[in-house]
Every structure is written in structure tokens, then in C-alpha cells.
Design a protein around this ligand. Structure first.
Ligand SMILES: [Zn+2]
Length: 153
């Protein structure tokens, strides 16, 4: 008499349960492992894409902010430059008038010789030294000639 072929269920029942458990665990692990890996890769890619988007947005914001700041600074400097040029023009006009006044003053004094034109003892200028040794006309002439010699007139 021949034995009927044992089916798998019978075979499994005859094996030690630890071997079956190990085999089932390994089979499940073999199926799950690639799934876990794909899921982990997917999550990692999403995190990286999210981080890239965040960093790119952050960079755009920072660049835009710095650009606006630089544009405001440039506008402020243009205004300051304009104001300085206006002040320089006004200063040049005032200087021209002052130089004219100094030259007119020098012409008004004309020749100035001691003792006929120059009076070294007064009137007082408030400066002790000058009140002793120079008259106001001499002081004016000294300042005028110093400026003229320095090329400022
Ligand atoms: Zn004098």
C-alpha cells in the first residue's frame, strides 16, 4: 500500500513550531523590507524637497529684503548728494560775496602807513596783544594778505 501524498498543512504540523515561526517571520520581513525602504526614501525625498523649498523661499526673502534696503540707502545717498551739492552751490555764492566784501574792504583802507594812517593804540579790538601793537586796519590787512598769499581770494 502506498501512503497518500502529505499535503502542506500536514507537513507544517509535523515540523517544529519554532522553524515554522522563523520561516514565516523571514517571509514577512522579505516582503516588508523593500516597502519600508521605499517609504523611507519617499519620506526623505519629501523632507528634502520641503527643506529646499523652505531654503529657496528664505533666500528669496533675504535677497529681496537686502535689495530693498540697498535701494533705500541708494535713494537716501542720492538725496544727501543732492543736498550737499545745493549747499556747495550756496556756499560758493556766499564765498564769492565774502571775497568781494574783503577786496572792497582792502580797497577802502588803501595805503596804510604809520604814523599818519595807522594808530597802533586804538580803538580797542578786545585782543590785548592787538590793542597794543596793531590797529584794526593792520589786523584786517594781515588777514587779507594771509588769505591772498594762500590763494584763497
Ligand atoms: Zn594800522
Amino acid at each position: 500500500m502506498t501512503q497518500p501524498p502529505a499535503n502542506r498543512q500536514d507537513e507544517a504540523v509535523e515540523r517544529p513550531w519554532e522553524d515554522v515561526a522563523t520561516e514565516v517571520t523571514e517571509a514577512i520581513a522579505a516582503e516588508i523590507e523593500p516597502l519600508i525602504r521605499r517609504t523611507a526614501d519617499d519620506i526623505y525625498e519629501r523632507i528634502m524637497t520641503g527643506a529646499q523649498d523652505y531654503l529657496a523661499e528664505n533666500l528669496r526673502f533675504n535677497l529681496s529684503s537686502r535689495l530693498e534696503s540697498a535701494e533705500r540707502e541708494a535713494a537716501r545717498l542720492r538725496k544727501e548728494n543732492y543736498d550737499l551739492n545745493q549747499a556747495l552751490s550756496a556756499g560758493a555764492a556766499v564765498r564769492e560775496k565774502l571775497v568781494g566784501a574783503l577786496k572792497a574792504g582792502r580797497r577802502a583802507i588803501g595805503d596804510h602807513w604809520a604814523p599818519n594812517d595807522c594808530y597802533a593804540t586804538g580803538p580797542a579790538t578786545g585782543d590785548e596783544y592787538r590793542d597794543l601793537v596793531e590797529c584794526p586796519a593792520c589786523s584786517f590787512i594781515a588777514e587779507f594778505e594771509a588769505l591772498r598769499d594762500a590763494g584763497r581770494l
